[in-house]
Design a protein around this ligand. Sequence first.
Ligand code: SF4
Length: 403
Amino acid sequence: MELLSEAALTDREQGMPRYRRSVPLQGRPITSMGIAQARIPGGGSINLMRVMQTNACSLSCGYCPTFCGGNVPRATVSPEEVATTFMEVQRKNLAQGLFLTSGVPGRATRATDRMLATLELLRRREGFQGYIHVKLLPGAETAQVEAAVQLATRVSVNLEGPTDDHVRRLAKEKDLSGDLLPKLELAGRLYRQAREDGGPGPRGSTTTQFVVGATGERDREVLGLVARLERQRLLHHAHFSAFQPVVGTPFENLAPTPAAREARLYQAEHLLREYGFRFDELAFGADGNLPLEHDPKTTWALAHAERFPLDVTRAPLEMLLRVPGVGPRAARTIVQARRHSALRDLRDLKRIGVDTVRAGYYLTLRGRRLAKAPAPHQLRLFAPGEHLTQAPFRTPVPPCAYR
Ligand code: SF4
C-alpha cells in the first residue's frame, strides 16, 4: 500500500497540502499514506487517499518511471485490500474520498476490471457514497467506461498529447483518436446526458492530463483540443504536466520543460473555463506557444489597450472578467455591490477581493484611473520553483499518476 500510494512523491499541485501520518491499519502501522487535499466538483476540497491498484505495467511511456523497462519495485493490491484499507482510512476521517489509478500489466481490460471491482466493493458492499475518482486505462472497453461512470464521481482519461503523432511518440502503445479521446468523450457524454435529464442518473464529471514539452507539441494544439471538449461540456477541466526527465526512463536525456509553461497553460485554461474567453482570443507566439513573459490575461489586456480603462461603476461583467487582477468572484461581487452601495476607492475594491495592484491600471473610479502604469509583476499560480522538482528523481510512482 505504501509503495502504491503517493508516499514519496513531491506533488506539483500547488497549495494542496499533503499529509504524512502514521496510520495503523490492519494491526500494523503504515508510516505514510498518499493522502492529499484535493478540490472537488462543485467547490470545496476534501482529503483524498490516492493509490495505484498496481504499478506493474507493460506499456512504454517514455516519461514514466514505471514503464515496462523501469527498474522499480512492483506491487499489486487486490480490490479487497484497497476497499478495506480505504474504508478504515475513511472511518478514521483521514480521507473522505478515493483516487484510484493503475499501471497496465498485460491486458488493459483485466486491469480495468480490477479497478471496477474495487469501486463495486466500495459502493455496493461498503455503501460508500462519497467521492471516487477513477483513472481509466488506455485500452479500456466501452462497457467499462459505462460502468466507471455509474460508479465514480469523476472519471479521467489522460490524453497525454493533442495529436496522434505526439501521443505515439510519448508512448507507442497509446492511441489518441482510436482509443483515449473517444473514451473520454463517451464518459463526458454520459455525465452530460444524466445532468440534462435531471433524473437519478450518474452525477459526475471528467478530467484529463497532458504531458507538455517532450515531443514538441504546441500550446495552441493542446488548448484547442481542451477548448473544444470544454465547450461541448465533455470535459470539466484539464491538467498539464511540464515534462521532467526521470532517471532510468527512455526520455531521461530530454530537456525539461520550463515550469512557467505549465503555469501559463493552467492560466489559459482558466480563462476558457471561468472567464468567458473564447479559444480564438488567446494570444500565441509565432511558435504556437503562450508567451511566457506575461500571463495570458495580461497579454490580452495589453493587446487591447483601447478597451481600457473601465469604469468600475458601469463596466459589464464580461469586461470586468477581462481585467488582470479581477477574478470571477470579485467581478460578480462588484456587479452586486454597485447596485446598492457606492464603490469609492481602492480599499473598497480590495475588500471585495480585487488585486488592486494589478487591476488599478485598467480601472477608473469617479473618473480617475487607479494606477498610472501596468503592474510589473505577473499572475503566478505557483510560487517560483516550488511546483516542480529541482533534480531528476527516482520514484516507484509516475509523476503524473495522480492527476
Ligand atoms: S504512464 Fe501509466 S501506462 Fe504509461 S508506463 Fe506509466 S504506469 Fe504504464
